[in-house]
Design a binder for this molecule. Structure first.
Ligand SMILES: C[S@@+](CC[C@H](N)C(=O)[O-])C[C@H]1O[C@@H](n2cnc3c(N)ncnc32)[C@H](O)[C@@H]1O
Length: 322
């Protein structure tokens, strides 16, 4: 953990982000990571804060935030902005030419969604995560081995060797499927557009080290700050909406014992017969036997559903089990 002690007074602020970035970052700290989803400007409820600015005003705000961030960023710093792809396209020159930041990568975040179904086009269920870097030359700080995805074929001889040598998976793709924060989740606050903790920690862990300063200039529920503090980083945030002060984290979020490690899976893995080390035929047999097991237990409806699924897979025929 950093030598600097975290406190609400120094790291949580209410006010306009460009001004807060200019005046309120603790002296002698350089920012290593900016991670934010700005207001989407589509009429979300952010208390008294207007989320329907004119396009000109909106672009001005984003430009100012990027410029102020650039000034206080460490030379090795990264900026991740989460937004809808269409809006990112509109602000492309601001992101990549006019504010000092350089483009590094476009990541697509997809999530299943059952709201906002459109009859005119396919349902929007993705956002862009734009990764910018400060340094012109040189690679930005990146630890791709900290969070990985499991090998698809662990029984391949070469992959087996990798696993034996201590590697548990390979680096992530540039598209991430991570569920939105649902109403039933413990982390859900009720505020618009809360970003899932898994996504925030994925970026923070992969691009900073313990003790580094992570900044979110549009903090909302202070989810970025909470994620950063809980994994040993320093978190700084601000929001124009005073109602968000109720989300300010307290010292209990600070984790001074966190130690970074490699080869973590951050999303619970669903059952995979390859990883489990059984053949597809063995898996099929287990599933078919499962119909009888469920029936004997009296779980008729579950047994019926399993039968329907196996029929759909063409793993059983219409006349099996009649
Ligand atoms: C999309 S939300 C951020 C949600 C946040 N990522 C979370 O996980 O809770 C955008 C936030 O920007 C805030 N905001 C809008 N204009 C602002 C400004 N000029 N300065 C600071 N915050 C602003 C809004 O009040 C809102 O809370």
């Amino acid at each position: 953990m950093s030598e600097i002690e975290w406190s609400q007074e120094r790291f949580c602020h209410t006010g306009d982000s460009p001004e807060m970035l200019r005046k309120k970052i603790p002296k002698n700290l350089r920012v290593k990571l900016f991670l934010t989803d700005p207001p989407y400007n589509i009429g979300h409820n952010y208390g008294e804060v207007d989320d329907r600015r004119s396009k000109k005003e909106y672009m001005k705000l984003i430009t100012k935030v990027l410029r102020e961030s650039y000034k206080i960023a460490d030379d090795s710093a990264n900026f991740f902005m989460i937004h809808y792809p269409k809006d990112i396209a509109e602000m492309w020159p601001i992101l990549t030419e006019k504010t000092g930041w350089k483009f590094h990568q476009w990541i697509t975040w997809t999530y299943p969604s059952n709201i906002g179904m459109s009859k005119k086009s396919w349902t929007t269920a993705s956002r862009a995560i734009i990764w910018l870097q400060k340094s012109e030359n040189g690679e930005p700080i990146f630890h791709p081995k900290r969070i990985v995805r499991p090998y698809q074929n662990p029984w391949d001889k070469r992959v087996g060797e990798l696993i034996k040598s201590g590697k548990k998976g390979c680096s992530l793709y540039d598209w991430w499927k991570i569920n939105l924060v649902k109403n039933v989740n413990l982390e859900k606050s009720g505020y618009s557009n809360q970003i899932p903790e898994i996504l925030l920690k994925r970026i923070i862990r992969s691009t900073t080290d313990v003790g580094d300063l992570v900044v979110d200039p549009f903090s909302g529920t202070y989810s970025t700050m909470k994620a950063a503090l809980s994994i040993g980083r320093l978190g700084w945030g601000c929001d124009l909406n005073p109602d968000t002060e109720k989300y300010w984290p307290d010292k209990n979020y600070v984790n001074t014992n966190y130690i970074e490690k490699e080869f973590d899976f951050d999303i619970p893995l669903s059952f995979d017969h390859v990883r489990a080390g059984i053949s597809e035929n063995q898996y099929r047999e287990i599933m078919i036997n499962g119909i009888g097991v469920l029936e004997r237990k009296g779980s008729d409806s579950a047994s019926k559903k399993l039968k329907e699924e196996l029929l759909r897979m063409e793993w059983i025929g219409e006349h099996d089990f009649v």
